[in-house]
Design a protein around this ligand. Structure first.
Ligand SMILES: *Cc1c(COP(=O)(O)O)cnc(C)c1O
Length: 351
């Protein structure tokens, strides 16, 4: 540790992103990217923008805010655009969450505790129930703000939008942040509810369901007052946070709802096939509404299964947190990738 490191950062353990291997060909099912390419037209739009890289992008992000809002019947004043959800979460935490603790489940997205540490926010950890579900009653008796991923990261389990609405409505004194990175794979979004509730923030990303992980574009949906505050911080930090090529890619992509539905529909179908195939091999699979499943076999540990799959050319994710260290998390890829995975699993698990 240098003698210059900020005192509050002592002991910060950075988020460990999934491997992005450069050392060979893997079937890559470890970081919940889409197996399908960006929407038709994205590549040309990015190339056209590349010719204008001498200019700054539009810091108001007006067109993209309007296009994202339209998905949920909101105008642009309900939307802020970030360099991925990760940046949006940072802006929200910094702008709106530093004055009281923030509560969330023990098994969830690893960025939440890191961002809390960065911004000096106390992170209150509430365990998921035995079956890995989130029960919002657990969040009732406290005064902390709440940040949930829905469907939840690592488990794929989903809390119905009506339950979230009831909670938001009954807790108007505190902020509820719903991270909907995986909402397009079967859940119902809470985004339209930001018109009705000024204590609700919904975060979405183009990284998973819209095949744009490399572009880094995410959206914050909230009432105009909260958005204006987040925007003031964004403009004080990095007004050009979304580059011109990514903005162009995002705009084209949002215009191709047909392609988006086609891709998410395939992923949902393949998720069913993958779940059934794993169950047929005797594995336990949590019921997922995301583009991944959390699964385990009694025959081998999670880390061992991850390593054995990697040895055979298939990359999945293993988390060493105690409650889920027996599991592997597997991204839903193409049908062909899933068939290859199931064959390899069958081979590994046959005594
Ligand atoms: C992937 C993911 C993010 C990050 O999304 P980016 O837009 O790629 O930064 C945020 N939250 C959850 C729950 C995620 O799974």
């Amino acid at each position: 540790m240098s003698r210059f490191l900020s005192g509050s950062l002592e002991g910060l353990r950075p988020y460990e992103a999934g491997e992005q291997p450069r050392d060979g060909e893997y079937i890559k099912l470890n970081t919940n990217e889409s197996p399908y390419p960006p929407a038709p037209g994205v590549e040309q739009a990015v190339l056209a923008q590349a010719a204008r890289l001498n200019l700054y992008p539009d810091p108001s992000q007006e067109r993209l805010r309007r296009a994202a809002g339209e998905l949920y019947g909101l105008d642009g004043s309900y939307v802020s655009v970030g360099n991925g959800s990760d940046e949006n979460l940072a802006l929200i935490f910094r702008t709106l969450c530093t004055d009281r603790p923030l509560a969330g489940p023990d098994v969830s997205y690893g960025m939440y505790p890191r961002l809390c540490k960065l911004f000096g926010i106390e992170h209150v950890v509430l365990p998921l129930r035995e079956d890995f579900t989130i029960n919002l009653d657990d969040y009732s008796g406290i005064s902390a703000n709440v940040c949930l991923a829905n469907p939840n990261a690592q488990t794929g389990l989903y809390v119905p939008a009506e339950q979230i609405e009831a909670f938001v409505s009954a807790n108007s004194g505190r902020l509820v942040i719903v991270d909907e990175a995986y909402i397009d794979f079967g859940g119902t979004s809470c985004a339209p509810l930001v018109k009705k509730y000024d204590n609700l923030i919904v975060v979405q990303t183009m990284s998973k369901s819209r095949s744009l992980a490399g572009a880094r574009v995410g959206f914050t949906f909230a009432c105009p007052e909260l958005i204006a505050e987040v925007e003031a911080v964004r403009h004080s930090f990095n007004p050009y946070n979304v580059n011109g090529m990514s903005m162009a890619a995002a705009l084209i992509s949002l215009g191709r709802q047909d392609y988006f539905y086609q891709c998410t529909k395939k992923i949902v179908a393949t998720r069913g096939h993958m779940t059934a195939g794993m169950q047929a091999l005797g594995m336990q699979v949590l019921p997922s509404l995301a583009n991944f499943v959390l699964a385990k076999s009694e025959k081998t540990g999670g880390r061992e299964l991850y390593a054995e799959l990697k040895r055979r050319g298939i990359l999945v994710r293993h988390f060493s947190e105690e409650r889920i260290d027996g599991f592997i998390r597997v991204t839903v890829g193409t049908q062909e990738q899933t068939d290859a995975l199931l064959c390899t699993l069958a081979d590994i698990l046959k005594e």
